[in-house]
Write a protein that binds this ligand. Structure first.
Ligand SMILES: [Zn+2]
Ligand SMILES: [Zn+2]
Length: 236
């Protein structure tokens, strides 16, 4: 029966259908045009870290965090806010193993990045510790990075950036505690003389993970680190 075919085979026979409402997908996406329009846009955000800004803040402003402390990354691109249907999609990807979400969100994120002239030399997904990877069976950030790499025709690697120390869950920690929790957790194998790198993650919450990854890359000689994430969590 066709519905029991493995996912890649199903895609040969069946047009993609929307992961949220089952309507026909838009082109190659597993999302329909209505659900795409409903994704919460993050257009009014800090120009450095993509933190959603209050309505009264002028366009192009920096948030308080970025004014107080210069982040180690060049900027975060995060076109959507982590809420509503976007949060549901991330839940389907991470906890229901719907890898089609990673592919579709990766394609959507790549569409936002296509017009930029300056491109990174390498795409790196935020790694999981090998033990976490064994438990989960896949790295959701790598699913996104793979789709982005295909769309933009840029190389990616899951080997050069590693998580060398497992870190306890971060849900209940504030930003400072998260940074402390992650200190020294990542390792980059400097190779290829990469000067400009993009790091991919699903959601930027406090920014602690991408801050520590960017510090690791810069200490290893990378000059410019961009962060490409699907969504940004509003300030808590
Ligand atoms: Zn839909
Ligand atoms: Zn900011």
């Amino acid at each position: 029966m066709v519905y029991n075919l493995p996912q890649p085979l199903q895609q040969l026979f069946l047009p993609p259908s929307c992961l949220l409402c089952n309507d026909p997908g838009e082109g190659e996406l597993d999302l329909c045009t209505t659900c795409l329009d409903d994704l919460p846009s993050n257009h009014h955000a800090c120009s450095r870290c993509a933190l959603p800004l209050p309505e009264e803040a002028p366009a192009g402003s920096l948030c308080g965090h970025c004014i107080r402390t210069e982040p180690p990354f060049h900027r975060i691109v995060a076109p959507w806010r982590y809420e509503g249907p976007l949060a549901e999609l991330i839940r389907l990807l991470k906890f229901r193993q719907k890898l089609a979400v990673g592919r579709s969100l990766g394609i959507l994120l790549a569409r936002q990045l296509k017009r930029r002239r300056e491109r990174p030399q390498l795409i790196l997904p935020v790694p999981l510790h090998p033990r976490q990877l064994r438990e989960r069976g896949f790295n959701h950030a790598a699913e996104l990075a793979y789709a982005i790499s295909r769309e933009l025709g840029l190389p990616w690697s899951t080997r050069l950036l590693r998580k060398q120390r497992p870190t306890p869950a971060q849900h209940n920690l504030d930003r400072g505690e998260r940074l402390e929790n992650l200190r020294g957790a990542f390792h980059f194998i400097p190779s290829g003389g990469y000067r400009h790198v993009a790091v991919v993650d699903d959601v930027v919450t406090t920014g602690a993970t991408v801050t520590e990854v960017a510090r690791t890359l810069k200490r290893a000689g990378v000059e410019k680190v961009e962060i490409w994430a699907v969504a940004r969590t509003p300030d808590r």
